[in-house]
Ligand binder design. Structure first.
Ligand code: C2E
Ligand code: MG
Ligand code: MG
Ligand code: MG
Length: 299
């Protein structure tokens, strides 16, 4: 009886686990299909749920803002804030990323116009472009380069005020047409940055063949560098090599004063991260730009 009881107990425990596991899987799948539906309807019926925030890029020697990155936000009335890390892949899968991506470029250019009219100057704004976005546009016979050119003309924005951030993994698709498109963007005088550098497998040998102007060093490299001499050495080597190739480096995810001090010591020119500022609403970004030095102006 005791043995049978024990067997029953463990069987019970096991089935609890199975139930729990199924629950989690179901919740994940449920949330996913819920988000798919909500994304589609928000895009067609409630576009005001989407908006951009801008995170400053700070030049380290003078601690002034030299640019900003546009980050897409989705605020749902019931589900609350949904991270782009969660909804961008859904937009990609549902074939919505080209539409969304072009809206982001358009709004970023509108913001550049706004800076110019309210401040008499503007800093360059970077927009993220996903690999799937490039592929879908190509499949539909659209050209990102043409669309970018059309929007720059429509908003009368000088091309160097727009930067496109493309992840290492998007470039690793390795298609010639991706590289050709980057060349054409550079010919327009639009800047191109390699985002999340260090998370993929690209070598400097490959990178130096690409028509990019900036390397954004992924925050994983910055995270531990202040406490690890080996990590710091690696970070320093990346900065030096980029510099030798004529590339600017931006360190991502800078959160502490120690991070800043180290990056300065390693001659990294630009940083972006919570230490200086979280992504801001347009009004707050403009307020910050009015101040002579942005150093820690925003909590
Ligand atoms: P990303 O392009 O690498 O953007 C940087 C991300 O790091 C942002 O997350 C930003 O809020 C976050 N971040 C900035 N400073 C810090 C810091 O000091 N510490 C930490 N822990 N995080 C920091 P976010 O806004 O959640 O965006 C996540 C990713 O979603 C972006 O990574 C980008 O790949 C994608 N994304 C955002 N907006 C767009 C868009 O308009 N189009 C496309 N295709 N992708 C986008
Ligand atoms: Mg980015
Ligand atoms: Mg990044
Ligand atoms: Mg990222």
């Amino acid at each position: 009886v005791r043995r049978a009881g024990f067997a029953l107990a463990s069987q019970h425990k096991r089935s609890n686990l199975v139930v729990e596991f199924n629950q989690i899987m179901e919740d994940t799948a449920l949330r996913r299909s819920l988000l798919e539906r909500e994304l589609m309807s928000a895009m067609s019926e409630h576009p005001e749920q989407f908006f951009l925030q801008f995170q400053p890029k700070v030049e380290l020697t003078r601690e002034t803002i030299v640019g900003g990155e546009a980050l897409l936000r989705w605020q749902h009335p019931e589900l609350g804030f949904i991270s782009p890390a969660e909804f961008i892949p859904i937009a990609e899968e549902k074939g919505q990323i080209e539409v969304l991506g072009l809206i982001v470029i358009e709004h970023a250019l509108q913001f550049v116009r706004r800076m110019q009219s309210e401040l008499g100057r503007a800093v360059p704004i970077a927009v993220n472009v996903s690999g799937v976005q490039l592929e879908l546009m190509r499949a539909k016979g659209q050209s990102l380069v043409d669309e970018v050119q059309r929007l720059l003309t429509a908003y009368a924005v000088a091309p160097p005020l727009l930067e496109l951030e493309i992840t290492e993994s998007a470039l690793m698709i390795g298609f010639d047409w991706v590289v050709d498109a980057l060349h054409q963007l550079r010919e327009l005088d639009v800047s191109v940055a390699l985002d999340d550098f260090g998370t993929g497998y690209s070598s400097f040998a490959y990178i130096q063949t690409l028509p990019i102007s900036t390397l954004k060093i992924d925050r994983a490299f910055v995270d531990n560098a202040a406490n690890s001499p080996r990590q710091a050495a690696l970070l320093g080597a990346i900065v030096r090599m980029a510099q030798d190739l004529g590339l600017t480096t931006v360190a991502e995810g800078v959160e502490t004063r120690e991070d800043i001090d180290l990056l300065k010591q390693l001659n990294c020119p630009i940083a972006q991260g919570y230490y200086y500022s979280r992504p801001l609403m347009p009004d707050d970004f403009i307020t910050l730009l009015r101040q002579p030095s942005c150093a820690r102006a925003m909590p």
